[in-house]
Design a protein around this ligand. Structure first.
Ligand code: EPZ
Length: 432
């Protein structure tokens, strides 16, 4: 089990490049199952979740020629239209093969993803959408079994905005007979990126990025090439790291227009934020003001940046209230930040952070992908050595995080067994 050994405090400086978005790559790779022709991807993030989905595609019968950031997926025939528990338990997003397999193969068997660290996360809305499109859906022995000779277009009104639910319904509707209208659809840039790919494959889609998406089903889809959209959550993580460490960082190759909810708040706390078409420069020095955030579906403040914002809030002057409205159990990083000296109290869906609270290095435990990113950021700002355990969570969704941060002046080392900072070859601690 790898750990990160971080020596702080650090003031981050320089340029960091953004990788492709994990949460766009997963539905886009699943979309390749909709055609027997090859779909070629570029700008894929080099992260474990992408490799897990590629493994699932191979299990289903696709040929996948992949490098770190590119892949060509060709599914001439569907060998086994199923996603076994062993794969799904490592990555909930495996449920994204449900829609394409149901639409193309007419039957599918997918393990139900259990709960995860951040919440129960049921998929009832996905299944309700497939039922609306005429599929028979049963749950048995921990698996979803769904059948339909051919899906029919339908009106699908989601009670709650669901990102992968919207994507699964879009994927299924592309080959359905007739028109599907998705109401209260997710508007995330990753949903838009999927629509761009599906249109390149010959699908009839409109309205992506709005609350209403319209899909006119077609008989078949064809080959396409697609570059994955940059990862706004990765870019946001580094932007917050710049503010927290009072640094000066340019996040390149990103889409600032996808990060407005964040950049507005970074400016509000007093950081300097400059955006260009594909880069974001964040600079900060001295005291920054406290600021409340409330998570919400896009274009609201992303829940996937909530933990990182909380790490920043420990350094802000005054009281910041952080309200988590999307997931019911997404505060597991709080206890670990408190171990580092943060002053945060929890009241149900609210976390109240009082700052500035100077952090000190400690041994902490990662519980999920974004919580682990928050602990790494806290380690960069903390005085002394922080050891973040279970960084396998990070590897699921951040490509080369320690290399990227070390490129900005951080001192992070990946260790598979506990070792002291002094074991780093050539490292000399400055004596005060
Ligand atoms: C996607 O998860 C992302 N994952 C998550 O990112 C992200 O946190 C989330 O959207 C919200 O932005 C991927 O895209 C692979 P939801 P998803 O369905 O689609 C409830 C990360 O860190 N709900 O939008 O699973 C659900 O419980 C990950 O990269 C139902 O009740 O999230 C939640 O409270 C973590 N029934 C809310 O809706 C359903 O059938 C929103 O969940 C579906 C969802």
């Amino acid at each position: 089990m790898d750990k990160f050994v971080i020596d702080g405090p650090t003031r981050l400086q320089g340029d960091v490049a953004t990788s492709g978005a994990k949460n766009a790559a997963l539905p886009c790779l699943a979309a390749a199952l909709l055609t027997e022709e090859p779909v070629a991807f570029s700008n894929l993030p080099d992260v474990r979740d992408v490799r897990t989905l590629q493994k699932l595609l191979r299990h289903i019968g696709a040929s996948v020629e992949a490098s770190k950031t590119t892949a060509t997926v060709e599914t001439r025939t569907i060998g086994s239209a199923d996603a076994p528990y062993d794969l799904v338990k490592t990555m909930r997003a495996s449920v994204l093969v449900l829609g394409p397999l149901l639409a193309r193969a007419g039957s599918v068997r997918v393990s139900l993803p259990g709960g995860c660290a951040i919440g129960v996360r049921p998929i009832n809305l996905h299944l309700a959408a497939f039922r609306k499109m005429g599929a028979e859906v049963e749950l048995e022995h921990g698996y979803v079994e769904a059948r339909a000779s051919r899906l029919s277009g339908a009106e699908i009104a989601f009670d709650t905005v669901t990102v992968t639910g919207t994507e699964n319904a879009m994927l299924a509707a592309t080959l359905a007979r007739g028109t599907t209208r998705i109401l209260n659809a997710a508007r995330e840039p990753e949903v838009v990126d999927l629509a761009v790919l599906l249109r390149a494959m010959g699908a009839w889609i409109s309205g992506e990025g709005t609350e209403t998406i319209l899909i006119e089903g077609v008989e078949r889809l064809h080959a396409a090439t697609h570059a994955i959209v940059p990862d706004r959550i990765e870019a946001g993580t580094y932007a917050i790291a710049a503010a927290l460490t009072r640094g000066d960082v340019a996040v390149t190759g990103c889409r600032p227009e996808h990060l407005k909810a964040l950049t507005a708040r970074l400016s509000a706390v007093g950081a300097s934020v400059e955006s260009s078409q594909d880069a974001l420069r964040v600079r900060a020095s001295g005291p920054l003001a406290a600021h409340d955030v409330e998570t919400a579906p896009y274009p609201g403040f992303p829940t996937d940046l909530q933990a990182q914002w909380m790490a920043l809030a420990t350094s802000l002057e005054g009281i910041s209230t952080i309200t988590e409205t999307v997931f019911e159990n997404r505060f597991q990083h709080v206890a670990e930040l408190v171990r580092m000296g943060a002053r945060i109290r929890l009241e149900g869906r609210w976390a109240v952070a009082e700052g500035p609270a100077p952090l000190t290095g400690a041994a902490v435990m990662a519980s999920d992908l974004r919580a682990s990113a928050a602990l790494v950021l806290a380690g960069l700002a903390a005085r002394g050595e922080t050891v973040v355990d279970r960084v396998y969570h990070l590897d699921r969704g951040y490509a080369q995080m320690e290399q990227k941060l070390n490129g900005l002046g951080a001192r992070i080392r990946r260790a598979s067994a506990p070792t002291g900072i002094h074991s780093i070859p050539g490292y000399v601690r400055e004596t005060p």
